[in-house]
Design a protein around this ligand. Structure first.
Ligand code: FMN
Ligand code: SF4
Length: 408
């Protein structure tokens, strides 16, 4: 069953009537007129929805924390930073069905008691930003956003905030600093944003895909949602298939599906592209682990597992690829995106990038080989935020699986 992509290419994203005709904003009406905020939070908890931004934190629990923290001001933020290479599912929702995200924000803001909401969008996504602006303007005209939402006592303003495109600004606390006008650097946690977030006030930061699920859950009920996908990780997921697969792009599939099915089933990836032979898949984006053919039967969901799902991107690598090029591209990305706040990541990602260049040029030294292990350990165990660890994940697997090809 499709939840997120159901109306893609059927509705006109530039016309709000096109969304309301398919039942759009019916969930908001239900949340405001028939449910109280506690009931909305309880419904989201019951659905089992877990955040689609990477960490898979239970959304209802997060909302519950902000809802019960007393404060005059609370904020609700939609995370549409999406700066990881090869990931484009959040901006696709914004482009194809912007009101689905806006409706999710409105229901969330009402549930936690936030009067101000933000859509934090990567500044490179101008097309999607303009679509969201038009959608917001139309929602304001219809009194779905503003001083009295649907004639109720609930008031909320939604503002689009443009980030400068830094990967670290997708991390929720760096995102908060960025909106506050500070350098986009992560903050120490706890306190967590639902307790003390933007300007020190209770703040929800949710991924855009997470929020796009909310209207369905409120309308169809938590029970219906929880029966889709796996019991630990209900619902569907937007998987982004990239690389040597026949049908590249976004595929909506139930959580719990195996990588094997996603890559080979004709409903999704449709198998390897013509003339390509499978080598391995990187599951979970640039920070994802490498799965050889024998491990593709692992189920993809949030929670404990050998291959964390992350944002749901899967890169299929075929046997003609050069692992040295891949090592370089991972190191190049993370050394550019390290925010520089902590030394192990600032230096570690830089040193790894230097070694990656030497590996690529076939002039790697014995010293480099010894240093790689130490740098990867340091990145995995001593950095301030998860980005340092992310930078080491694929490298560690590659060193274990392909050292003969890397140092030949
Ligand atoms: C380096 C880094 C980059 C991140 N980038 C994003 C991002 O682009 N979009 C996103 O939604 N979450 C991103 N996250 C996760 C957020 O910190 C946060 O967990 C998420 O927005 C919460 O939303 P969710 O509970 O709906 O998943 C990133 C985390 C880290 C450590
Ligand atoms: S781990 Fe990297 S990105 Fe995170 S705080 Fe340290 S330098 Fe910044």
């Amino acid at each position: 069953m499709d939840i997120l992509t159901k109306n893609w290419d059927k509705i006109d994203p530039l016309r709000i009537d096109s969304y309301t005709r398919t039942g759009g904003y019916g969930a908001l009406r239900k949340a405001i007129r028939e449910m109280d905020p506690e009931k909305v939070v309880a419904e989201i908890k019951m659905s089992g929805l877990r955040g689609r931004g990477g960490a898979g934190f239970p959304t209802g629990e997060k909302w519950g924390m902000a809802a019960k923290t007393p404060a005059k001001e609370k904020y609700f933020i939609c995370n549409l930073d999406e700066s990881e290479p090869g990931v484009h599912k959040d901006r696709a929702i914004a482009e194809k069905n912007p009101h689905q995200i806006i409706e999710g924000i409105l229901i969330g803001a009402a549930a936690v008691g936030a009067k101000k909401a933000f859509i934090y969008i990567n500044g490179n996504y101008q097309k999607q930003k303009e679509i969201l602006e038009i959608a917001l303007e139309q929602a304001r005209e219809k009194e779905l956003v503003g001083k009295s939402v649907m004639g109720s006592a609930f008031k909320v303003e939604i503002v689009i905030f443009e980030g400068a495109g830094a990967y670290i600004c997708g991390e929720e606390t760096a995102l908060l600093s960025s909106i506050e006008g500070k350098r986009g650097e992560p903050r120490l946690k706890p306190p967590y944003p639902p307790v003390a977030g933007l300007f020190g006030k209770p703040t929800i930061v949710n991924n855009a895909e997470t929020l796009a699920n909310i209207p369905f859950i409120i309308k169809q009920g938590a029970k219906t949602f929880s029966q889709i996908g796996s019991s630990a990780s209900p619902g569907t997921k937007l998987f982004v298939l990239e690389g040597a697969v026949r049908n590249r792009g976004i595929h909506e599939a139930p959580l719990g599906i195996t990588a094997q099915e996603l890559i080979y089933n004709s409903l999704y990836g449709g198998g390897m592209a013509s003339g390509k032979e499978f080598w391995f898949a990187q599951i979970g984006g640039a920070s994802g682990r490498l799965a050889p053919a024998g491990k593709l039967d692992q189920s993809l969901s949030y929670g404990p597992g050998e291959f964390p799902l992350g944002c749901g991107s899967i890169l299929v690598v075929d046997k003609s690829a050069d692992i040295k090029d891949l090592l370089f591209s991972w190191a190049d990305f993370f050394h550019r995106e390290s925010c520089g706040k902590c030394l192990p990541c600032r230096e570690g990602t830089y040193r790894l990038w230097e070694i990656a260049k030497r590996i690529k040029n076939n002039d790697v030294s014995k010293r480099d080989k010894e240093n790689i292990e130490e740098i990867l350990w340091t990145l995995s165990n001593t950095t301030f935020c998860p980005l340092g660890n992310f930078a080491a994940v694929a490298w560690k697997d590659a060193m274990r699986m392909f050292s003969d090809k890397i140092f030949n």
